[in-house]
Structure formats: C-alpha cells, structure tokens
Design a protein around this ligand. Structure first.
Ligand code: DC
Length: 237
C-alpha cells in the first residue's frame, strides 16, 4: 500500500493560493472538514511571527528591524490546535492562542514586510512541508503550489474582485468589533496584492498546473459544487 493511502482511501495534498481576502481560508477550511483532512492557514503563520515581532520590540511604529526579528525566530514556536467550537484549528505561539490577535490591522499592515524576509520564509516553509508529509491536508497561502508543495495532486488559484474582497474583510472585522473603514481595508488589500506579487522571495504566482477559481459571484456552497467533480477525479487518479 502506498504511504498516501490509509483504509483504502487515497489521501492527497490540496494547495490553495491566491490574493489576500479572496476567501481561501473559508473555502479551504470547509473543504478540509468535508474530506476529514487537516487544514493549515499559512497566512496565520506569517501573521503569528509578525505579532511576536510587534510584542517583542522588533516592530515599532510601523518600522521593522529585520535582524532583530530574524534573531527571535528560534524563540517562536508555532503550533495549531483544533477548536471544537469553531470546528477549525487555532494558531498558538509558545503555547498561547493568538488566533484573534493576529487578525488585527496592526498585524495586517506589517505582515507583507515580515513575509518578505527569506529567513522567515525558510523557517515556515520547512514547518509547512513537515506538516504535509502524511498528506490528507489542505493548505492555503501564496506559495503553496509553487514552493511548499510543487508536487501537490490538486492546486487551486483563487481570485475575486478587489472590491468584493475588501467588503468581505470589512464584514469580518466588523463582526469582531474592529473599528476600521472600508477605505482603509481597500488600501491595505491593494498594497498587499502589490507586495505579494513583487517581493523577491517566493512572489505570489500561479503554478502552471493550478486551476483558477474566481469566486466573486459564488456562494461557498456553489464553490463546493464546482470543486466536487475535480476532486472526484483527483481522488480516483
Ligand atoms: O492570507 P493572509 O492575508 O492571512 O496572509 C498574510 C500575509 O502573509 C500576506 O500579506 C502574504 C503573506 N503570506 C505569504 O507570503 N505566504 C504564504 N504562504 C501565506 C501568506
């Protein structure tokens, strides 16, 4: 029996990349739940490193001290634990749950800079590859199909209109009681799109073998219906 199979069911790696606030995590989480797969939000990992930098003095008043942050990497232990209330995993740094704190605008404003540091990427990519070794995983990010799992059996590239993405993030943050304007979010999303595409290390690129999903006008359930036949084929192959 192949190591990627258990109980006769084939397990695959599903890599999901795309722009920020494109609905990747929501889609990936539901897909993983339905398949009984592990879901890993790699953006949360870059956010966790950013939060640590803010809380430990490597990021102050919007300025990032790269060397200081790189010097802290050995002190940052990132893990995920399943939260039955959310039916999803929360992210922990050194045993402390930071799932809510990493979503704040202070982290969002600095995370692109942090994710452009090669030493940070190397560290997190290695951890992501370890997590996917056993397959049966859905991972979302920017470089999953290109760098983390170039051999993933299924690669998706998710896109949506920037205005739709900003509105989604706005609603999400409003629910959490964050006081930010739609304009602020739109600006943050545009800046991050540019940063993500133009950074030197692992820029956001679509893998040549990725399938595009533009979900601007699709509900989550419609996206699940769209993926069903593709999945069926991949799991049979
Ligand atoms: O998906 P997100 O918005 O939570 O991601 C936060 C930031 O992390 C985003 O600006 C891009 C970066 N990121 C990355 O560089 N590589 C990944 N695999 C995931 C996220």
């Amino acid at each position: 029996m192949n190591s990627s199979q258990s109980n006769g069911t084939k397990k695959i790696v599903i890599a999901i990349d795309g722009f920020s606030s494109g609905g990747k995590s929501t889609f990936a989480r539901l897909l993983a739940a339905r398949l009984g797969y592990i879901f890993i939000d790699t953006g949360a990992m870059y956010r966790a490193v950013t939060l640590y930098g803010i809380e430990h003095g490597a990021i102050k008043d919007g300025m990032l001290d790269r060397d200081a942050l790189v010097g802290m990497l050995d002190d940052i232990d990132i893990s995920f634990r399943f939260n039955p209330d959310r039916q999803a995993s929360d992210i922990y740094v050194n045993g402390e749950c930071v799932e809510t704190r990493i979503r704040g605008i202070d982290v969002s404003d600095m995370v692109s800079k942090v994710s452009s540091i090669p030493a940070v990427r190397e560290r997190l990519v290695a951890q992501q590859q370890r997590m996917g070794r056993g397959k049966g995983i859905v991972m979302d990010g920017r470089d999953i199909g290109t760098v983390v799992f170039p051999d993933a059996e299924l690669k998706l590239f998710m896109t949506a209109d920037p205005k739709v993405r900003a509105l989604r993030r706005f609603e999400e943050l409003k629910l959490k009681g964050e006081n930010v304007s739609l304009e602020q979010i739109e600006r943050n999303i545009m800046e991050r799109d540019l940063d993500d595409q133009n950074r030197e290390v692992s820029p956001l690129r679509m893998a040549p073998d990725a399938i595009v999903l533009n979900n601007s006008n699709m509900t989550l359930e419609q996206q699940m219906e769209w993926i069903a036949p593709i999945l069926e084929e991949k799991l049979r192959a």
